[in-house]
Write a protein that binds this ligand. Sequence first.
Ligand SMILES: Cc1cc2nc3c(=O)[nH]c(=O)nc-3n(C[C@H](O)[C@H](O)[C@H](O)COP(=O)(O)O)c2cc1C
Length: 284
Amino acid sequence: MYTEYRKEVNFSESPNVYLLSLKEKMNEVLNVIKNRTSLRNYDNRDISVEDLNTIIESAMRAPTAGNMMFYSIIVIKDKDKKLALSKTCDNQAFIAKAPVLLLFVADMQRQYDYYKVSGVKEYCKKKGLDYTAPSKGDFLLACSDALVAAQNAVIAGESLGIGSCYIGDIMENYEKHKKMLNLPPWAFPICMLTFGYYKEDEKKIIKSRFDKKYIVFEEEYKNLNHEDFKEMYKEKEKYVVKGNKFNAENFGQLIYGRKSGSDFMKEMNRSVEVALKFWDRHEL
Ligand SMILES: Cc1cc2nc3c(=O)[nH]c(=O)nc-3n(C[C@H](O)[C@H](O)[C@H](O)COP(=O)(O)O)c2cc1C
């Protein structure tokens, strides 16, 4: 393969570009990562049992804090439930059309239920140790576990011709989702993934990313200045059209209006604050 590829490449390219594309050509994993896109338009076919199992088992092979798997995965195929979720997740109709949804739950409930049956409270009392409920650190650890697993599912799906899309809006409407999905207090729905096969004629659009120099720093954090931001957002500024819905004069104003300052973001912050009340390390 190496020799064949050497014949194809343009040797006028820099050695780094050459080496990177060579690695991609020879390494299917890098190929899948580089060509992944968020898919919101799915083929009608159901996902095969075998493929779904592969996706789930790949998620479960992800690294996990202390090998304890502080997450649960809820597989959702029911039409009515998908429709309800498409509404509670900021009215995104495509969610209802995805053959399968995987909900990743940051889950400390199972761990603490296990502590209960293991007599940990009594053990702590005997040993003079504190026995307290999960707190913000446990919350973030469980979220980390769940998200790391979710991304493994995305990459596994993509390698099988199954596209996916993260639904961050699952963090909204906590009370409704808690009821709809029978979630106990220390189980928070941190992300949802839609899954479906790519349509045969699907034209992938690979979205660009910011230049590495604004995202990756050497040894310590770097604060960006006005000039850096001007350069960093140069491409995005082109999306700001006169008379836009947010009356924005630049991309910063536009993206604040559309995302950070939006109603859905207000709802997400409210919802997470309600959920976090359970994660306050109170006495058990
Ligand atoms: C945490 C998170 C939440 C997201 N939430 C949504 C969502 O609710 N709806 C949606 O259509 N896309 C959502 N996305 C997908 C992003 O819009 C997408 O990744 C981004 O535009 C880059 O496009 P690409 O994935 O095709 O490269 C989310 C992605 C992440 C990582």
